[in-house]
Design a protein around this ligand. Structure first.
Ligand SMILES: [Zn+2]
Length: 251
């Protein structure tokens, strides 16, 4: 409770200071399922739509992951407030529930999928249906959708040897980005991501993307079912970074 009050206070301070300081806020949000399932990683479609409407209303530009990566690595221009949307695990509701909303807002999205769905399935801790091969092929033709790799079997890469990492993370020809499954990573996994030719790799790590971000450990903020709208909005601002730093003190 105290934590929430502090978070809300910091977000208030941020909103007061923003017109003055014109903060550069570049962020990446991570969703999983967009459905009514009563699990943490499922965000209800109506809430997802509300998130996009609020982001748009705040003046955030929806950009692709590629735009953020080229800004980070090569200094390409990017709007002052930009947010990229990512989806992990490849849940089937991406096509049926999330995509129509993304299309309404013209918001690009990157979907991180595994190649061995059968082995991955029991590791996800839910029984939501995954995208079929056919739906993935269909989605590939959609200009708003990009695919990245989420490992062959959704294994915890922090626990794998160098040789196992090379197998688990082996880069499919048509994919440029890797997202560490469950957010667990190791320095070796980061090194292998680079060695395998990925342009960038993504963590589950709260905070904004800055020019100092490591391209093989890019921050992403997970959005969960029970988050209030302001908690979601706060995650695309500096206020969340202030809060993350403060809450480390409290531990
Ligand atoms: Zn995952």
């Amino acid at each position: 409770m105290l934590k929430k009050i502090i978070a809300a206070f910091l977000y208030g301070v941020y909103r007061m200071l923003n017109p003055l300081f014109q903060f550069q806020d570049i962020s990446i949000l991570t969703y999983h399922s967009i459905s009514d399932a009563t699990i943490d990683i499922a965000v209800m479609p109506a809430n997802f739509e509300k998130h996009l409407a609020l982001l748009k209303g705040k003046g955030d530009a929806f950009v692709s992951l590629a735009q953020i990566v080229t800004w980070l690595k090569h200094g390409a221009p990017l709007p002052r407030r930009a947010v990229a949307l990512t989806f992990d695990d490849g849940y089937a509701d991406f096509e049926t529930a999330a995509l129509p909303i993304l299309e309404k807002f013209g918001a690009p999205a990157a979907m991180f999928i595994m190649s061995d769905a059968e082995t991955s399935r029991p590791r996800l801790g839910n029984d939501l249906p995954l995208l079929t091969r056919e739906s993935i092929e269909r989605l590939r033709t959609n200009p708003l959708v990009a695919f990245g790799f989420h490992g062959r079997t959704h294994a915890n890469v922090a626990k794998l040897s160098t040789e196992e990492l090379r197998t688990e993370m082996a880069r499919p020809d048509n994919m440029r980005y890797f997202a560490y499954p469950g957010g667990s990573y190791s320095h070796e996994a980061m090194r292998i991501a680079k060695e395998l030719g990925y342009d960038a790799a993504f963590a589950i790590k709260p905070g904004l993307v800055t020019k100092e971000s490591n391209p093989y450990l890019i921050q992403r903020n997970v959005i969960e079912r029970d988050m209030r709208n302001w908690e979601v909005m706060m995650r695309v601002t500096k206020a969340f970074e202030w809060y993350s730093r403060l809450s480390r003190w409290f531990k």
